[in-house]
Design a protein around this ligand. Structure first.
Ligand code: PLP
Length: 397
């Protein structure tokens, strides 16, 4: 009577959510200040002032039906025009309102895009480890197969041998995410050019375009002026899945978009398929108030310096304590090598000090743990004693 697959998904939480709930329970027992919850990527930096100001202005000046009513299924025309203008000016693109589909965040953008591409259960979507674990749910839930490329542990860029070997006649798309959750690494221009060259070659070899899905919730979280290449400029068959959850600290307001540039093969047909997939998934008409808010806040972000300060503090302290970790140039995660082979066991030991870390296994990268540092700096500083005790446990063997 009930879908076993959906039951499975709904009855067990993701490891991250499980840990987040555990943290809340522990806080009730030992006090919130004694739990060091690094589990979830929920931005702690407040939304910039323009968000509140825009909401107030919209509420005061616009008709109720314009604020709370349905917009077009693909989003308000003025908002999409504003987006096109902003991206054209910022990245030198040549897109128009008709290239955008407004969504409820990156999760919706990804689900819609995948559903729009799947033709048969043999269709494959490639994720490059380490990758956001929900890609599996988004892909399998929408009828495709997820194929995982092992990580390049030296740099956390792309393991090109693995990527090339993973591509075959069934490959529909490759999903990339830079700045990356969980590694914090930003793919260099060289990496993007290599991905693009490989996909062009493989598209020709297999006689169909391989789509590059660029999942970009962290585009603006890049430190020390590190360049985040705009992918559509390197590879024509790119669709961008964007979200304001992190850049404007609006994860609960569920707002983002899909960009399908004209250069994508059969772009009009793909855009129509995206409209169809959004219909099937019930994702039409993204929240209209927040569509208007993002139009007024175009180009603004939350204060990224807070995350940079946390990055510096945490990276310096943990490396001093003997932890090994790739230097993250963006997002708000540190991906640290566990001090034993089994990262799950390592995370269990960390829990004894009320340090809540996520094992890399679900990200396709066993032996590592993710530390989400979008947290209060005072909590970060208080956690160092616990990190030291954890490191001591291994170093004093
Ligand atoms: N993709 C990545 C890499 C993420 O880290 C997240 C959320 O943390 C999402 C997608 C989903 O984002 P959204 O809140 O916009 O649905």
């Amino acid at each position: 009577m009930i879908s076993e697959a959906m039951y499975e998904l709904g009855s067990k939480r993701s490891t991250i959510r499980e840990l987040f709930e555990y943290g809340k329970k522990r806080a009730a027992i030992v006090g919130k200040e004694n739990v060091f919850d690094f589990s979830i990527g929920n931005p702690t930096v407040p939304a910039p002032a323009c968000v509140k100001e825009s909401i107030l202005e919209i509420l005061e000046t616009e008709e109720s039906s314009a604020i709370h009513g349905y917009t077009s299924a693909q989003g308000d025309l003025e908002v999409r025009k504003g987006l096109a203008e902003y991206l054209n000016k910022t990245y030198g693109l040549n897109v128009s309102a008709d290239n955008f589909y407004m969504t409820c965040g990156a999760a919706a953008s990804l689900c819609i895009s995948i559903k729009a591409l799947v033709e048969s259960s043999e269709d494959e979507f490639i994720a490059i480890a380490p990758f956001f674990p929900e890609y599996r749910v988004f892909t399998e839930g929408n009828g495709g197969k997820l194929v995982v490329v092992a990580p390049d542990l030296a740099s956390f860029q792309v393991n090109f041998e693995g990527l090339e070997a993973a591509i075959n006649a069934h490959t529909k798309a490759v999903i990339i995410n830079s700045p990356n959750n969980p590694s914090g690494v930003i793919y260099t221009e060289e990496t993007i050019i290599k991905i693009s060259d490989l996909l062009k070659r493989k598209s020709e070899e297999y006689g169909h375009p391989i789509i590059l899905i660029s999942d970009e919730p962290y585009r603006e979280i890049a430190y020390d002026h590190t360049k985040v290449p705009y992918i559509t400029k390197y590879y024509d068959n790119t669709i961008v899945c964007y979200s304001y959850s992190k850049s404007l600290s609006l994860p609960g307001d569920r707002i983002g978009y899909i960009l399908v540039p004209d250069e994508v093969a059969e772009s009009k047909k793909l855009y129509a398929a995206i409209c169809g997939a959004a219909r099937v998934l019930g994702f039409v008409c993204a929240p209209s108030l927040f569509q208007k808010v993002i139009l007024k806040c175009m180009g603004q972000t939350s204060d990224m310096d807070v995350y940079k300060a946390n990055r510096d503090l945490l990276y310096n302290k943990l490396t001093e304590l003997g932890f090994e970790c790739v230097h993250p140039d963006g997002a708000f995660y540190l991906f640290v090598k566990a001090m034993e082979e089994d990262a799950v066991a390592f995370c269990e030991k960390a829990k004894a000090y009320d340090l809540l870390l996520v094992a890399g296994d679900d990200f396709g990268c066993p032996g590592y743990v993710r530390i989400s540092y979008c947290v209060d700096q005072s909590m970060l500083e208080r956690s160092f004693t616990a990190f030291k005790k954890l490191a001591d446990e291994y170093q004093n063997i």
